[in-house]
Write a protein that binds this ligand. Structure first.
Ligand code: PGA
Length: 257
């Protein structure tokens, strides 16, 4: 049985005080016997205060990015070891805002994923097509190519530490959630790409979550889709009440699917 996963990607939002209070509220809302992995991804400067705020709770800490290099002359970059040093156990790799807005290449994303897993971090690997790619009927090819490239150097044993997030670019921050049927199809495509790269047993064990304008009102139908193991949440993760509602929906909805 795959354990539900729900991540809150705070992106470039919050400040010191609001990051701490958001983290406190989320930690307080999750009980000790919480049946899902709940991870918050604050901006780099707030990793330490958030680590303090969630200490002793089931909430885990993640970073939104990492360097593909170990250390040294990389101005502005943050290494995997630094992330572990401040208490992060997860990192997001290949988010569409980094692929498309910042221009990260497939090769860089593959390096970052290898670095994360080789350094003992767990990774959320994001894949997804743009609106133009979907309209051109290329969504599945794009997703398969992104997975092939990112996972080329990742062996099967390391896949225990990977969650795949299907995040259609046109659904991120737009208020347009994918239709459950489209999400389900993309999730099936992701598992068949994993089966082609590894094997069917591994493909059925890896968690695949959905991201893109998830809010409590839309989450129930998405989490009920067979093969959807939770979500990566942006905007709604900045409100403790909404994020906790999504965590509950993931726990209930995914467990029942
Ligand atoms: P959104 O972001 O929920 O604000 O659409 C999701 C994400 O980028 O992970």
């Amino acid at each position: 049985m795959r354990r539900p996963f729900i991540g809150g990607n705070w992106k470039m939002n919050t400040d010191h005080a609001s990051a701490r209070s958001l983290a406190h509220a989320i930690a307080e809302g999750t009980g000790a016997d919480w049946a899902a992995d709940v991870v918050v991804f604050p901006p780099f400067p707030y990793l330490l205060p958030v680590a303090e705020a969630i200490a002793g709770s089931p909430v885990a800490l993640g970073a939104q990015d990492l360097s593909g290099e170990v250390n040294g002359a990389r101005t502005g970059e943050v290494s995997a070891e630094m992330l572990r040093d401040v208490g992060a156990s997860w990192v997001i790799v290949g988010h569409s805002e980094r692929r498309h807005t910042i221009g990260e290449s497939e090769a860089l994303i593959a390096d970052k994923l290898s670095m994360a897993l080789g350094s003992g971090l767990r990774a959320v690997l994001c894949v997804g097509e743009t609106r133009a790619e979907r309209d051109a009927g290329k969504a599945h090819d794009i997703i398969a190519a992104q997975l092939r490239s990112a996972l080329a150097a990742i062996d099967a044993a390391a896949m225990d530490d990977v969650v795949i997030a299907y995040e259609p670019v046109w659904a991120i921050g737009t208020g347009i959630t994918a239709q459950p049927a489209d999400a389900g199809e993309a999730h099936r495509e992701i598992r068949s790409a994993l089966a082609a790269r590894y094997d069917a047993r591994l493909a059925s064990g890896v968690r695949v979550v959905y991201g893109g304008s998830l809010v409590p009102a839309t989450a129930k139908s998405i989490f009920a889709v067979d093969g959807v193991d939770g979500g990566l949440v942006g905007g709604a993760s900045l409100k403790a009440h909404d994020f906790l509602a999504l965590c509950t929906a993931a726990t209930v909805g995914v467990a029942a699917s």
